[in-house]
Design a protein around this ligand. Sequence first.
Ligand SMILES: Cc1ncc(COP(=O)(O)O)c(C=O)c1O
Length: 375
Amino acid sequence: MAIPLMNLSDCYKEIYDEVMKKIKFLIDNTQFIGGEEVDKFETEFAEYCNVKYAIACGNGTDALTFALKALDIGYGDTVITVPNTFIATSEAITSVGASVDFVDIDEETYTMDPEKLKDYIKRNIHKKNIKAVIPVHLYGQMADMEQIMGIAQEFDLKVIEDAAQAHGSKYKEKGPGAYGDVATFSFYPGKNLGAFGDAGAIITNDAVLARKIKMLSNHGRIEKYIHEMEGFNSRLDSIQAAVLRIKLKHLDYWNDKRIENAMYYNELLGQCNLITPKVVNDCKHVYHLYVVRINDRDTVKEELLKENIYTGIHYPVPLHLQPAYKYLGYSEGDFPISEKVSKEIISLPMWPELEKETIKSICDTITRIISKLKS
Ligand SMILES: Cc1ncc(COP(=O)(O)O)c(C=O)c1O
């Protein structure tokens, strides 16, 4: 039997009846976009994140875009992020007309290196109009928010936390949204909290930003025919909101199962010649992805596939080396840690209901492949 990278149907079984009943109700009552389900999801998600406001929207890319727009970031401004993220992070920056620039990551956590951020700002503060920074909470672990917020305050920068992969994660007891001006989420189906289609949200404690973001997501209006500005059509469907409300109740339990699975992987791979994930003290890593580093990554990946074990690479080509960003003029060697890591990382199968025997068989196979490669 093939082992997938993630399995979305296992968790569906637990909530099938509740979801079907709700979807039928919404269809019978022709509640398709916005409305009570979306309002309730926004209230419940804000409560879960311990912030004042949550605004639902069409996807995580729009969430980032609206956050930037609401913070008045646009042409002439520079926004800093990391090269090892999904392209949505940088797409949002350039879509509002700002320039994207990168700083490298920490080799152990794979998140933004605050030292490098500070160094970059010091070197460029008089050359560029640096307005904001987007740390990415990658794989389920939050970036070093204390340090990053300290630097942002020193240089008067806005902070948008890209939490698309980190629902329920914590940095020193506090989750995304507690540190930056805003945090954004994706509820793409494979995420720790995933809808049955595209969905996203922005969270903030700032009432003015929340109102602006709400308008941006719905044609620049709060009242039906009064458009205070031009906005976008990025509303959440009622069915998606209903699915998210049902799933939100299980999120902490599912995250705990992911953590349990990660601990078991760590235990079984501890003696193997590879690097397991590093969790920073006082952080709750929610393992959206379980990523290890192996020297001969591509061979190991191929061998695993021969054994019907599917893996992923998040991400094989850092953004500064992507064809889309050729115009930025970067070359190999500019962000050495991101480049090095991108050649070694491999995402192993991970989902809450993944069974211990399956993890054991994956780890036995990896151990066998690696020892064969050594000999
Ligand atoms: C780090 C990160 N940011 C942003 C996004 C964009 O989210 P969406 O696909 O919902 O637009 C993703 C989605 O994979 C992501 O992983």
